[in-house]
Ligand binder design. Structure first.
Ligand code: GLU
Length: 397
């Protein structure tokens, strides 16, 4: 983390060096929040959207590819419900999103079409990135759109979502999209200048933080709780997005979208907002998917030998499994615990829970006799396994 104090000259140089990679980014996800789209009033501001479209088309003219993650469906739909009061229930919010999503897309469509560029709507849910097949489909479609020169405009599919299946906020959604398309830069356009070491709206002495090298617990503490600084998810969801982006090797810039040219400015060589660095040695996409996959209650308890083998980069074999808990299907993501009860790894299992309970502790020669079929030798193949120490001091839910 870097603070803007007088002793920060070296850090200033570092920031400028790191900024060069921001300027050179080729595949960019830009998240646009509701406050910017509405300007704080009722309904959307088409002229503001048109100005951002012009900035984005400018980036595309230099060979860059851009995905927009946009909020604003609820904001655009709310006036159409003619309730003359705040939305009172989840159903009303979902109805507003349904009424507003088309309006939102119309503005993007018109703004980009006027500049000779087509947009493509993609509405995603958490399910779409947690289900491996749908994740791969979403990834392929978005990448194809980018290759063909369209601008995917993504939002959460609010109308059909229940709480358990929601991203819940578009900061998180945008980090997932950055991961999906292998973006090298995620820009969060917000209504705050960047990260402060405490809430600037409550503390006049809050100091600006221009560079975050790693999202440590100290950085998370700066963000405080949900809604403590700005936006729907507050600063906390922005930090969570930075952590996820970093894991995909993607940089993130958090900047104020109320500035005159908030997008082009990011590529203007002078650092702006807060830059969060990406991890240099990031996991490949398949392993990132495993890290981000939500895990049911499936847990495998390993003996010391299997734990050591996993730590040495080997696959998990049945003979090192002491016990299996939870019910899960073949292909599910499960947790592995070491003999001390500490989480050791997460991975995709080759057996469902009942078959696994039958072969736990056994050698693969015995599988066919016990199960009546010859399955994979490994319970979790090393390519489908991520060690907790590789991705965490803070595992994602
Ligand atoms: N998906 C919501 C909308 O379009 C916004 C969620 C958010 O702003 O984080 O209205």
């Amino acid at each position: 983390m870097m603070e803007s104090n007088a002793s920060g000259l070296m850090n200033e140089t570092r920031l400028r060096q790191e900024w060069q990679a921001v300027v050179n980014a080729r595949r960019i996800v830009i998240k646009i929040g509701s406050n910017l789209l509405t300007g704080g009033g009722e309904g959307l501001r088409p002229e503001w959207i048109a100005a951002r479209a012009a900035e984005i088309v400018g980036l595309m003219a230099t060979g860059r590819r851009v995905v927009v993650v946009t909020s604003g469906a609820v904001a655009a739909g709310r006036p159409r419900l003619k309730l003359n009061r705040p939305l009172a229930s989840v159903q009303e919010k979902q109805a507003a999103a349904a009424a507003g999503q088309g309006v939102l897309m119309r503005h993007y469509e018109e703004a980009f079409a006027a500049l000779g560029v087509y947009v493509a709507q993609a509405l995603l849910t958490r399910d779409d990135v947690e289900n491996r097949q749908r994740y791969l489909n979403a990834r392929d479609t978005l990448k194809t759109l980018l290759e063909l020169g369209l601008v995917p405009v993504v939002n959460e599919n609010d109308t059909v979502m229940t709480d358990e299946l929601k991203f819940g906020d578009n900061d998180t959604l945008s980090a997932n999209v950055a991961d999906l398309v292998d973006a090298d830069l995620l820009i969060l356009l917000s209504d705050i200048d960047g990260l402060y070491d405490s809430n600037p709206r409550l503390n006049p002495d809050a100091r600006f933080v221009p560079l975050v090298e790693q999202v440590t617990p100290e950085v998370e503490a700066m963000a405080g709780g949900v809604g403590s600084q700005v936006g729907k998810g507050g600063m906390a969801t922005k930090i969570k997005a930075a952590r996820m982006a970093a894991r995909s090797g993607c940089r993130m810039v958090l900047t104020n979208g109320f500035r005159d040219h908030p997008i082009s400015e990011v590529f203007g060589h002078e650092p702006v907002g807060t830059l969060f660095l990406g991890q240099e040695h990031h996991l490949p996409a398949r392993k990132r998917w495993i890290v981000n996959a939500r895990v049911g209650r499936g847990e495998l308890f390993l003996d010391a030998g299997a734990s050591a083998a996993l730590l040495a980069g080997k696959s998990l074999l049945a003979k090192g499994i002491l016990a299996v808990t939870g019910e899960f299907a073949r292909g599910a993501v499960v947790h592995c615990q070491d003999p001390k009860g500490q989480e050791l790894a997460k991975g995709i299992v080759n057996y469902n829970s009942s078959d696994l309970a039958c072969i736990a502790g056994r050698h693969s020669r015995q599988f066919e006799g016990v199960l009546g079929y010859l399955g994979a030798e490994e319970v979790i193949h090393r390519d489908n396994l991520v060690l907790t120490r590789e991705f965490c001091f803070m595992p994602l839910k």
